[in-house]
Design a protein around this ligand. Structure first.
Ligand code: GCB
Length: 606
């Protein structure tokens, strides 16, 4: 019987696909957001038997495995879990801020929710899609394992077409946010390790031949040529696809081979996307079975010596760094409203650019940046000291990079893919980052690659800062984090420092900052006061003016954010206080200092 079923699946061309679906917001879908039943399982009792062997490796998993969602058949049967009597958590959302007992929890929580087959057309295919689950997810449907996903900030999906029954399907996730040395990020980070199903979940209905992925952007260095590819899934050779941009009067028919086609379209009258005029075009990708709309902007981005050229014109990146956290809720951000809040603040600050630190943020942020006209630096969580020599760690980082680029490469706002933050130089680190860069360039040759590097004082002269990390030779933009006046020296030292940077490339200060408690006042040399932070900004902004090749800055950080490393009572209380805005929404003095600087820069680069 099993064999017969397998043969039928193969013949029907219904082999399961796990390739990432992009632009899920425009696909036919039903949301699986809402209340999910949860079981907190610190000993992973629902996953391992008493010999500590995973149930999901057994031929016939025991009903003790939580993913079996078993219910006692009669009163004599022993069953030691029950999702139906367990408390719920909201999805999307972090568990830490939804239940007090989970605030510091790092471990396994099981999530379960039931749903019916929603297909209008019995022949269509169904996928479950997760915007992000932190950190590791084991996913099961009706007791069958769909797969595992590692990495807390990127999307994934599984095809469930052949596993579905008409009613009461049960989807179970084992979500584990334990930190470990080989993970990406590794054990040590300066942000909250929020656990849970932290982004939207959807059940997506697709035709048998479906549009899986595409890139539709201006060709590198070509202001009037749109190029890219379309990838179908389940297509027979010769399947037709069409790309249409009605506003430009463009209709481009394509013929796919193995479901894939590349294209170049001449677009003479195209209006370019920019922060000043964030023009988006309605673009349609269409097959016989499906018409998918996207809103896409077109712009070129390149470098020329020290200059960053946006649509051929030199630009200065007036930025701010942002974590994916709503400071007012003190919780992981996930909604469009959260994104609007953060990006509206960035706009008020006079930004034309944001650094989305230290991992890919949710898709709302990128879509909104496209609409609001904010350039974006997007990053993967290769942060500090990941296990650079470990092959599995590299594979994981590459996978996260692939998922981020696949999801976001049609967003004009994104100009930089960042490979890493403050990683210590070594041959293993270099090989790791080079491998990531190779992957990024293969997937998207149109954007600039960068990384936030570190500097050191010149041996003989403490006022001279050297930025000579050899990986800089491979980057398109040199990013540097510096904390002169906070982690060492005084704010005045910043104003007096000289920088030696042996790269003829654009330089961006990807971080600087100082901690301040909103409403705390004192002299400019008193730590944690708004005056100290303001003064450090003033002195650092003077320094920026003398830095060679400087073409932008993204100070640390838009708003105070939670960090388990920040423990000073009465000051930090679990928060990194380097925000320009407090966690009650108060703008600190330095906010206005930076805004003044950006007003000046805007005029200078007009
Ligand atoms: C850094 C890190 C950032 C920290 C920040 C700080 O260099 O890149 O993640 O939060 O410094 O506040 O120390």
């Amino acid at each position: 019987m099993r064999h017969l079923l397998f043969m039928l699946l193969l013949l029907g061309g219904l082999a399961r696909s796990e390739a990432l679906l992009i632009n899920t917001g425009q696909r036919q879908s039903v949301s699986l957001n809402g209340a999910w039943a949860t079981i907190v399982d610190p000993y992973e009792t629902g996953y391992f038997n008493y010999r500590h062997e995973p149930y999901d490796q057994e031929k016939e998993p025991s009903t003790s495995a939580f993913f079996m969602n078993h219910h006692a058949r009669d009163k004599s049967e022993l069953v030691e879990y029950d999702f139906d009597k367990s408390p719920a958590l909201n999805v999307p959302g972090d568990w830490n801020t939804q239940r007090e007992s989970l605030f510091y929890y790092e471990g396994t929580v099981w999530f379960k929710r039931s749903f019916d087959d929603i297909r209008k057309d019995r022949k269509s295919r169904l996928f479950v899609y997760f915007g992000a689950v932190n950190y590791q997810a084991e996913v099961y449907l009706n007791g069958h394992k769909l797969g595992t996903h590692e990495g807390g900030f990127t999307p994934f999906n599984f095809e469930v077409t052949t596993l579905l029954r008409p009613r009461d399907n049960f989807l179970v996730l084992k979500v584990d946010n334990k930190r470990f040395a080989q993970a990406v990020p590794t054990v040590n980070t300066d942000w909250w390790n929020y656990g849970g199903i932290t982004r939207d979940v959807a059940l997506i209905e697709e035709p048998r031949t479906l549009i899986q992925d595409y890139q539709i952007q201006l060709k590198k260095n070509a202001a009037q040529t749109i190029s890219g590819f379309v990838q179908l899934d389940g297509a027979t050779d010769g399947e037709a696809v069409q790309i249409e941009i009605p506003e430009l009067g463009l209709v481009q028919p394509l013929t796919t081979q193995k479901g894939y086609a590349t294209f170049e379209i001449s677009a003479k009258n195209i209006q370019h996307w920019s922060p000043e005029v964030p023009k988006l075009y309605q673009v349609f990708v269409q097959t016989r079975y499906q018409r998918l709309r996207d809103d896409i902007g077109f712009r070129t981005i390149a470098t020329d010596g020290p200059n960053i050229l946006l649509n051929g014109k030199s630009v200065y990146l007036r930025g701010i760094s942002i974590h994916e956290e709503n400071p007012l809720r003190g919780a992981r951000a996930f909604s469009e409203a959260d994104a609007l809040q953060a990006l509206t603040w960035a706009k008020e600050l006079g930004c034309n650019y944001v650094r989305l630190a230290h991992y890919p943020h949710n898709e709302h942020m990128l879509r909104l940046a496209d609409r609001l006209g904010l350039l974006v630096w997007e990053e993967i969580p290769v942060y500090w000291t990941v296990d650079f020599a470990n092959v599995a760690t590299l594979k994981n980082a590459r996978q996260q990079l692939v998922e981020a680029i696949s999801r976001d490469r049609n967003r004009a706002a994104i100009i930089v893919w960042s490979m890493a933050n403050e990683t210590p130089p070594s041959p293993a680190r270099n090989a790791f980052l080079n491998s990531l860069m190779e992957q990024a360039r293969e997937l998207d040759s149109t954007r600039l690659l960068s990384a936030a590097l570190q500097h050191h004082a010149n041996g003989t002269d403490a006022m001279t800062q050297v930025l000579d990390d050899s990986i800089g030779a491979q980057l398109d933009i040199i990013g540097v984090n510096e904390y002169i006046g906070w982690y060492g020296g005084t704010p005045q030292d910043a104003a007096h420092s000289r920088w030696l940077v042996p790269f003829n490339k654009p330089l961006v200060v990807s971080e600087f900052g100082a901690g301040a408690v909103a409403g705390r006042h004192g002299s400019r040399d008193e730590r944690w006061t708004e005056e100290y932070q303001e003064y450090l900004y003033q002195q650092t902004l003077l320094m920026l003016e003398s830095m060679p090749n400087l073409r932008g800055v993204s100070p640390w950080i838009l708003a105070d954010f939670r960090s388990p490393k920040r423990l000073l009572p009465g000051v930090q209380d679990g928060w990194n206080r380097k925000g320009l805005i407090s966690n009650s929404g108060v703008k600190k003095k330095a906010f206005f200092t930076l805004r003044g600087f950006y007003e000046k820069k805007e005029l200078e680069y007009r």
